[in-house]
Design a protein around this ligand. Structure first.
Ligand SMILES: [Zn+2]
Length: 217
């Protein structure tokens, strides 16, 4: 299950980004559902983009429930308005959270040439490793935009995990880990299905979201 921003953004949003921000009350409810779920050990929680709400809202809510999450940071935004700064990232790691790369500048990795792709993958990894003083081996693919070439480049740069946005269940030991993004327009029933592992593919999710829009649910 993948989150982006929580609460009110502290920066101008990218085109199409707004539905990926959810309000704080909804986030607290979802985390409560995860914490109470019989399969909570199998529900992985991730956050993309390195928004400041990762630290100010998500971290304390997760800690209060004894949950762990992985946070995928855009290194080009570190310290920018609305984004995590270096101190935030270190504090989250010290609190037991995972930190990974989401690249440098939020680009579509599958559209980049080899040099630009390498800068996104290796450049962001170097920044995070210097900041944390440890290896960083997990990446989350921006916009779910990947290809065989992107996966090969990730392995080449020393990553052992690539989180995508393909939806469905992930093999806990696999290189590719599909995720489903939580959106503000996601119906509560869709979320329950997701938590119960009944959402096996993105097609299912799209269908349920479409039905929610048409008020069929
Ligand atoms: Zn992103």
């Amino acid at each position: 299950m993948n989150f982006h921003g929580i609460g009110t953004p502290e920066r101008a949003l990218e085109p199409g980004e707004a539905p990926f921000w959810i309000d704080e009350g909804r986030f607290r409810d979802i985390v409560g559902q995860i914490a109470a779920h019989p399969a909570r050990e199998r529900i992985r929680i991730t956050f993309d983009d390195g928004n400041r709400s990762d630290r100010t809202i998500a971290l304390p809510v997760l800690q209060a429930r004894g949950l762990r999450a992985d946070f995928f940071v855009l290194t080009g935004r570190i310290g920018q308005p609305g984004a995590l700064d270096a101190g935030d990232i270190r504090a989250m790691r010290a609190a037991g959270m995972g930190i990974g790369s989401h690249g440098v500048a939020h680009r579509h990795w599958s559209r980049l040439d080899a040099a630009a792709l390498r800068e996104e993958l290796a450049g962001s990894k170097t920044v995070l490793e210097a900041l944390l003083g440890e290896k960083v081996t997990a990446a989350a693919v921006p916009f779910g935009s990947y290809s065989r070439g992107v996966l090969a480049a990730l392995r080449d740069c020393g990553y052992d995990t690539a989180w995508t946005s393909d939806g469905g269940k992930a093999d806990p030991h696999g290189f590719l880990r599909p995720r489903t993004s939580v959106r503000s327009d996601m119906a509560p029933s869709a979320l329950t299905m997701l938590l119960d592992g009944r959402m096996s593919s993105l097609r299912h999710l799209r269908r349920v979201l479409g039905m929610a829009h048409k008020r069929l649910l």
